[in-house]
Design a protein around this ligand. Structure first.
Ligand code: APR
Length: 320
């Protein structure tokens, strides 16, 4: 059986890391596409040359030609610009919307059967636009944010409790922005919900609140440290987890930006919700029940995403 084909649209910091991880994990052959001449070719060759030491079997190719992504099983989109210190993800909207148009058309014309994972920010609005521009079925187009935000939450919690990250589960819902909703009630250590751990004296409500806020600011914290770009290791790892769930039909329960058509009360929008990812793409949205406070936070987040979607419609009439 031929190896799966993974197309990476954008060969910058995240794109290069994606290619390296996909090769190391032998998920398939990798095509790196970028408009910057030399960058995808250079990264593809560099990673291929790590193959003999690492011992992986994967072909890597860099290109500026969309024809090379033909027949891709998975497309992961990072094309666009990342933010600089002081910028919010939303500041990227105008420029990255234009990028989504060309990428969407490139995928539509060359890899219409692919499972598409968008990473470009502002995430929820960009994945919405990418689905419209590409015309691919909504269950085959999703955005990577929840896995990353949850991973950040899980990391901070494991440090606070001094326990293995493997035993910490966490859910972050809503848009991938300042209004995201880390769901404390649905997050656990060894199956014990966080509010119970506060009652047990493992941590205090104040410390938990600070961790929730640090999770919301997780991307900005890295931008502030790096100064020249945004996070790339953890975003790439998160998207690879989603791609692997699709390619291996793992039916993983992962939070991601999925098309909601009445799900959790949201219509015709992409927003972070718990999903099941398998060979059918986004096979299911888990319609969890939110309490009053969680619902209020989720609504605020959904409204923030709606504002960005409306701004996209204002910029590009074909989306209205
Ligand atoms: N088509 C293809 N590639 C493009 C296009 C385009 N129209 N426009 C820009 N690119 C490429 C750039 O040449 C660059 O190599 O996208 C790449 C982006 O890489 P980086 O600048 O290194 O950004 P990165 O850190 O990888 O983040 C990419 O993901 O998390 C988000 O906010 C982040 O929107 C940003 C995206």
């Amino acid at each position: 059986m031929a190896r799966p084909k993974i197309a990476l649209i954008g060969a910058g910091q995240i794109g290069g890391t994606l290619a390296h991880l996909a090769a190391l994990k032998e998920l398939g052959d990798v095509v790196l596409f970028d408009i910057a001449e030399g960058t995808p070719e250079g990264k593809a060759l560099d990673i291929a040359e790590s193959g003999p030491s690492e011992g992986f079997d994967a072909k890597l190719k860099g290109t500026q030609d969309y024809a090379d992504i033909a027949g891709a099983d998975v497309c992961i989109v990072t094309a666009g610009v990342p933010r600089k210190p002081g910028m919010s993800r939303d500041d990227l909207l105008g420029i990255n919307l234009k990028v989504m148009k060309s990428v969407g058309e490139g995928i539509r014309d060359n890899a219409p059967d692919a499972f598409v994972i968008c990473i470009t920010n502002p995430l929820d609005a960009m994945v919405w636009a990418l689905q419209k521009f590409s015309g691919l079925p909504a269950n085959k187009v999703c955005g990577m944010a929840g896995v990353l935000d949850s991973a950040r939450f899980r990391h901070f919690l494991s440090v606070e409790f001094d326990v293995s990250m493997k035993d910490v589960t966490a859910f972050v819902l809503g848009g991938h922005g300042d209004t995201m909703v880390p769901c404390v009630r649905y997050s656990t250590v060894g199956g014990i919900p966080l509010p119970d751990l506060v009652s047990m004296g493992w941590t205090t409500q104040e410390k938990l609140d600070a961790i929730v806020q640090r999770t919301r600011d997780g991307g900005a914290e890295i931008v502030g440290l790096l100064k020249t770009g945004s996070a790339f290791y953890a975003p790439a790892t998160s998207a690879i987890e989603m791609a692997e769930a699709y390619l291996k039909d793992q039916k993983r329960v992962l939070p991601c930006a999925a098309y909601c058509d009445g799900d959790l009360g949201v219509s015709d929008m992409y927003v972070g919700v718990p999903t099941v990812i398998g060979a059918g793409g986004i096979e299911r949205i888990v319609n969890i029940k939110l309490n009053k406070d969680e619902q209020a936070m989720f609504d605020t987040s959904v409204n923030a995403v709606k504002g960005l979607v409306d701004a996209c419609k204002g910029i590009d009439e074909s989306l209205a």
